[in-house]
Design a protein around this ligand. Structure first.
Ligand code: FAD
Length: 211
């Protein structure tokens, strides 16, 4: 959770990212991180993966409360496309971050479009914000949460395999939905290519790649 002390209110569109810069081993390093929260005063939340041997992310994990770093933004265009259509949101790993903020901001607004979140991780314990998404599903009949594990253990009774398999099941014969995709390049490109193969217009495919 980060505060921007210079302002009382930090306006942004849910889904946008911030750009952090810090001196690491004598070099200025800049990295982007999606906001994981809807706007709230001058505070925003992030959802971070510590990349082993990464340059920047281990530094973020060492930070102590009260420490500062330089930030630009929020920036970017990975936000709800207006008007919102029935949509599928596809995330793997920390690619869930922008969807959390977008869902908090959108659910409850009218007209209530059908929104399905397909969230893939390896293990059950990596299903970040699971309780929140399950609660959203209970409170909003137009929201559907489909978690899937690529390395489930025997106790898992839910969906298995990669997000791709489930996205196309949700889509069925429909070609009128928007598909938002966020995560690593390999997954994003795979889903995009398959959607294009089905005849989806590029305007219906909204994506953010993390690498
Ligand atoms: C628009 C945008 C938004 C992003 N939002 C987030 C976010 O919300 N949370 C987040 O953790 N990262 C996010 N990233 C990735 C982030 O900017 C960094 O690339 C990541 O923290 C690794 O930086 P590093 O310096 O530690 O690793 P580097 O030394 O730059 O090593 C890069 C390696 O890390 C891998 N990698 C990058 N991001 C991830 C990740 N999230 N999970 C696993 N492997 C990764 C790359 O494929 C590459 O192999 C975002 C990237 C972009 C472009």
């Amino acid at each position: 959770m980060f505060d921007v002390p210079e302002v009382e209110h930090l306006p942004y569109l849910p889904g946008q990212f911030v750009s952090f810069t810090h001196d690491i081993a004598g070099k200025k390093i800049t990295r982007a991180y999606s906001t994981a929260s809807a706007p709230q005063a001058n505070r925003f939340e992030l959802c971070l993966n510590r990349v082993e041997d990464g340059l920047f992310s281990p530094y973020l994990f060492q930070m102590q409360p009260g420490e500062c770093l330089d930030m630009k933004g929020p920036l970017g265009h990975f936000t709800w496309k207006e008007p919102v259509h029935d949509s599928i949101l596809v995330a793997t790993g920390t690619g869930i971050a922008p969807f959390r903020g977008m869902l908090h901001a959108y659910l409850g607004s009218e007209p209530a479009r059908e929104i399905t979140l397909v969230f893939g991780v390896r293990y059950e314990h990596s299903l970040m914000y699971r309780g929140e998404f399950e609660e959203m599903e209970r409170n909003h009949p137009n929201f559907h949460f489909l978690p899937t594990l690529s390395r489930p253990d025997e106790s898992w009774k839910g969906r298995e395999g990669h997000v791709q398999e489930h996205v196309f099941e949700v889509l069925g014969e429909r070609r009128d939905m928007d598909v938002y995709i966020c995560g690593m390049k390999a997954m994003v490109d795979d889903v995009r290519n398959r959607l294009k193969g089905l005849g989806f217009d590029r305007k219906q495919i909204i994506f953010e790649k993390y690498d």
